[in-house]
Design a protein around this ligand. Structure first.
Ligand code: B3K
Ligand code: ZN
Length: 883
């Protein structure tokens, strides 16, 4: 199979959804596995919808068809029609049995969709990836999520080359075939959609653990990887066990098969995949050891393991009716994973990370040409809709609903949702209805959040009336137009708020008619274009704190006087709200520096942080986050003619001001203390110290680069773990230190056999600011370890450069855009999903300053004009050019 996709590209519309005319009750699959050729025999037990008379039409792309048999009779070519995308068979009826045999070429599959080879021909293994529409690359089938079938899967292969044979479901026999081949069978008792099918075959090692569910089922948990990394699966195994216990305790959800397999691969298009009973993971999110894994990566492993496990209920037991409903499983599962991670780690930090991600990844999506609702109304290529909007904004919507129902109410609603839709393919309406019914509440107003794209702006205004002892807060909402949606409706926006006195105390809130009047924190739902809230018995002008906990995914405007924000940054008892006030204040300060204005905000931000820096009691990890201004991508979002060089310079200047305000002696002293006590341990305290140490070293580098370089070089050499080592390397690279080259050479040699560590070696070098980044990227492309065939490597080089280093990528001469466009075209011929996702880095081209805007547009247009682009990439580039 070649990746180049010449298929027609019709738009699929939600409004045109029809229930399937043909269903498959049961499927028996037999695989004769080989690297160059695999034969797939399938037997479908068909059911026909008596209300529809459509002919039997099965999805199947680029399959070499060997035979077709209907109800025992071999069909000649006149009885069926095969196109590029389907097979139509005459004469089928309700209860018919259709058998097909096809041949696949796994080793030639570079798109990593369907059945493919991971690793080398000699040592690699075979695996599948089906979501969203990969099953049609394996066999003919109604490849849509509302066709739920029971699977019996038999695998046959050469025993020496493929000693391990796995498929989803429970094992149901295995044996020898006599000719050096062997077989294994798996039966999945839970009907499932085809996107959850999976198999794995090859030489793999395992670690194993027994688990007994709360209702007493004994389960084998087995993690598989290539032999040389099997020792790095233990952390993920622990995380899996924690996830399973947590889902039992928090949602009453238990595992439902006798075995749960998890397999690691280095060749994967995304993070991981929740195939029923056989999760497959990008090694990046499964393997971990102190020597090569950073603290952030450890947390990511825990989160992704949990996410995929949680899908067993939110996704697998209750799946999606159609792909428009993707957020039904993804938004919900991200939310569940966020709750889990918050319970396992620091709640405030988790929320900070989630909101930072939303602002960095989802807000730009909502503000650009690729903006789409959490439930899109149409698509050409569904793989392009696994987006931050569907995932992260989707999770925020679930969070709002959960907040609306309260902890008990949400649990009651979820219990009812799972009970009512178990074994079904459901919709977002089903979700809202079930949660609402269980709570005698009408949640239908929240549907508007799912169908309307764009980030609402919430403008706040406050007026204090001393004579009446009243504080009047006006909240007005407005959502800017997005492509195809000019008119926007007001949405129900829950605003969690508090009022502070000037001395930093929280005030009791007296609001007429509010059920919680008198508390010091209230939620007000703004569902009109404009609303007024009157607080009574307020003795002096208060400082409002709005959108606490980030109670809705909106942009807050107004009420941002420096003194007020500084007060919240110093005094808010909630770490997240403190961070949020600090971010707002940092933006004001940054804008002042950028525009070369003198502003109170710069001093206010620096003073407040210098104060916190001196306080022992502040948590080190939170302090590190408080001292980090919004990133360059987020700052660029606020501009209509962004100049990434100018943004970089102003952000650096702001951080330098902070470093100066704290002072080199205080920074040095703190660094020494942190360096003296940091161990390689993974506990929260040690992680927090490393986080702060990294921040302090960065600030030191802004004050005295050569001194910081000496510290970084020593830190690089002496670090017990990857977090400190990589932080040190990053400082050396970004400050163009003389010590950078030897450290990089050392790293390259040390981790020559560890692809995940080597990815970091690529990424860290892409982070040089400004023009030199391009030359570095070009040199790295020539490194023998670079390949366009491995998604992690592509993301480590091009993704890190284009996404995380705006000043390095957006060169004024447009050379960055041209290089990227060139590589996108090459990549598209190999792996359209990865090419399309990488192309979205150009999403914001319209909001660049005019020179860069013109260069970026030329590059996108040149790319769009190429022949034979995949459906994936052409949908992205066409949308980006569309006015
Ligand atoms: N459901 C998969 C993502 C599949 C992406 C297909 N292009 C992983 C996850 O969200 O858990
Ligand atoms: Zn998911």
């Amino acid at each position: 199979m070649t990746a180049r996709d010449q298929l027609s590209t019709p738009l699929i519309r939600l409004s045109e959804y029809r229930a399937p005319a043909w269903r498959v009750e049961r499927i028996e699959l037999e695989f004769d596995l080989g690297i160059d050729a695999t034969e797939v025999f399938s037997r479908l037990h068909l059911r026909r919808d008596p209300m529809q008379d459509a002919p039997l039409r099965l999805d199947g792309e680029r399959l070499e068809l060997l035979s077709v048999t209907l109800d025992g009779e071999a069909l000649d070519a006149a009885r069926y029609r095969q196109s590029n995308e389907s097979l139509e068979v005459d004469g089928a009826r309700d209860g018919s049995v259709l058998e097909t045999r096809v041949r696949l070429a796994p080793a030639a599959n570079t798109a990593l969709e369907g059945l493919y080879l991971s690793g080398s021909r000699d040592a690699g293994f075979l695996l599948t990836q089906c979501e969203a529409e990969g099953f049609r690359h394996i066999t003919f089938f109604p490849d849509r999520p509302d066709v739920l079938a029971s699977y019996t899967v038999t695998l046959r292969a050469d025993k020496a080359r493929f000693p391990v044979l796995l498929a989803g479901g429970n094992p149901d026999g295995a044996g020898e075939l006599g000719d050096g081949r062997h077989w294994a069978r798996f039966v999945d008792p839970h009907p499932k959609p085809s996107y959850l099918f999976a198999l794995v075959a090859g030489r793999l090692e395992k670690i194993e653990r027994g688990y007994v569910t709360a209702d007493g089922r004994s389960v084998r948990l087995v993690m598989w990887s290539e032999a040389n990394v099997i020792d790095r699966c233990h952390y993920a195994m622990d995380a899996l066990e924690r996830s399973m216990r947590w889902d039992e305790k928090t949602y009453g959800r238990q595992y439902d098969l006798d075995v749960f397999h998890v397999v690691a691969t280095h060749d994967f298009n995304m993070g991981a995949m929740e195939n029923k009973g056989l999760n497959i993971f990008n090694a990046k999110y499964l393997l971990a050891d102190p020597d090569s894994t950073t603290d952030d990566e450890y947390r990511a492993v825990e989160a992704v393991v949990a996410h995929e496990y949680f899908h067993n209920w939110s996704g697998n037991r209750v799946t999606c009716r159609d792909w428009f409903q993707l957020s039904l499983k993804e938004g919900l599962t991200v939310f569940r994973e966020q709750q889990f991670s918050a319970d396992m780690n620091s709640r405030a930090l988790k929320r900070i990370e989630d909101v930072a991600l939303l602002r960095r990844a989802q807000f730009p999506e909502d503000a650009g040409p690729l903006a789409h609702p959490v439930r899109p109304a149409q698509y050409s290529e569904i793989n392009n809709f696994y987006t931050a909007t569907v995932y992260e904004k989707g999770a925020e919507l679930v969070r709002m609903i959960a907040g609306r129902l309260g902890q008990e109410g949400f649990r009651r609603g979820m219990d009812w949702y799972f009970a009512r839709h178990d074994g079904q393919a459901a919709t977002i309406e089903d979700f809202l209805t079930a949660l609402g019914e269980a709570n005698d509440t009408d949640l239908s107003p929240y549907l508007a959040w799912y169908v309307q794209a764009g980030t609402p702006r919430l403008r706040a205004n406050g007026r204090y009336d001393a004579a009446r002892r009243e504080y009047v807060l006006t909240l007005a909402q407005h959502t800017p137009p997005t492509p195809g949606q000019a008119e926007k409706q007001p949405l129900p926006i829950p605003v969690k708020l508090a009022l502070f006195a000037r001395d930093g105390r929280m005030l009791p809130l007296h609001v007429d008619g509010h059920p919680h009047s008198g508390d010091d924190e209230l939620v007000v739902v703004v569902d009109q274009a404009e609303q007024r809230i009157v607080f009574r018995e307020v003795d002096a002008e208060p400082v409002p704190s709005l959108l606490r906990g980030f109670s809705a995914p909106v942009m807050l405007e107004g009420l941002d006087t420096a003194a007020d924000l500084a007060l919240l940054l110093r005094h808010d008892p909630d770490g997240f709200n403190r961070w949020q006030a600090g971010q707002q204040l940092a933006v004001c300060a940054y804008e002042a520096l950028r525009d070369q204005r003198q502003a109170e905000a710069v001093d206010a931000w620096c003073d407040a942080l210098a104060g916190l820096f001196g306080e022992e009691a502040v948590d080190a990890a939170l302090l590190a986050e408080l001292m980090t201004p919004p990133g360059e991508v987020e700052l660029a979002e606020r501009e209509q003619a962004a100049d990434p060089d100018r943004i970089h310079a102003a952000r650096q200047a702001l951080q330098r001001r902070l470093a100066e305000r704290i002072g080199i002696d205080a920074l040095m002293a703190r660094y020494d203390i942190l360096a003296g006590t940091t161990s390689g341990e993974l506990d929260a305290e040690s992680q927090a110290r490393r986080r702060l140490k990294r921040r302090v070293l960065d600030l030191l580098a802004l004050l005295d680069a050569s001194r910081a370089q000496v510290l970084a070089a020593r830190q690089y050499e002496t670090s017990p773990g990857m977090t400190d080592r990589l932080a040190a390397l990053s400082v050396l690279v970004r400050t163009d230190a003389p010590q950078a080259a030897p450290a990089l050479a050392h790293f390259r040699t040390r981790y020559a056999d560890n692809p995940l560590a080597l990815d970091k070696w690529f990424s860290v070098q892409t982070q040089r600011a400004g023009e030199p980044a391009l030359t570095t990227v070009q040199a790295l492309e020539r490194d023998p370890a670079f390949t366009l065939r491995n998604p992690n490597r592509v993301n480590a080089l091009f993704g890190a450069w284009a996404r995380n280093n705006p000043s390095g990528f957006h060169r004024a001469d447009g050379a960055g855009y041209r290089l990227l466009a060139e590589r996108l075209a090459e990549l598209d011929a190999l792996n359209p999903q990865i090419a399309a996702r990488l192309a979205t880095v150009l999403n914001g081209w319209r909001r660049l300053e005019p020179g860069r805007r013109a260069r970026a547009k030329e590059a996108v247009e040149a790319l769009a004009a190429r022949d034979g682009l995949s459906r994936n990439l052409s949908e992205i580039v066409q949308s980006m050019l569309h006015d």
